[in-house]
Design a protein around this ligand. Structure first.
Ligand code: SF4
Length: 101
């Protein structure tokens, strides 16, 4: 998702962003990289995931999105908002809820 003119707020974090010049998404501006999952269709998300799967900087993109705590957009094959929701709902979905029965 590094191609879309987002505010460079991560500059304050001291994270390297040079790798972004090599992102495969640079050539696919037809896809909604900055949209959250609910704003996109499943076919579009699958298309972006396929682009990411062949991206030469996939690992660095994933590390960056994690360290920068990205909460939206599509990074390294994943819609960040869906990833965060899954992390929050994971324990609930598996029945790991506190309280006495
Ligand atoms: S992994 Fe995906 S989002 Fe990240 S730079 Fe590559 S194509 Fe773009």
């Amino acid at each position: 998702m590094p191609t879309h003119g987002l505010p460079a707020r991560w500059d304050r974090l001291g994270l390297d962003s040079e790798w972004m010049r090599h992102g495969a998404c640079l050539a696919r501006t037809d896809l909604p990289w900055t949209a959250d999952a609910h704003q996109t269709s499943s076919p579009k998300r699958r298309a972006m995931a396929a682009v990411c799967a062949d991206c030469p900087v996939l690992t660095r993109c994933a590390e960056f999105a994690s360290r920068a705590r990205m909460t939206g957009g599509f990074w390294a094959g994943t819609a960040r908002d869906e990833l965060l929701v899954a992390r929050v709902q994971g324990p609930l979905a598996s029945g790991d809820v506190g309280g006495a029965a």
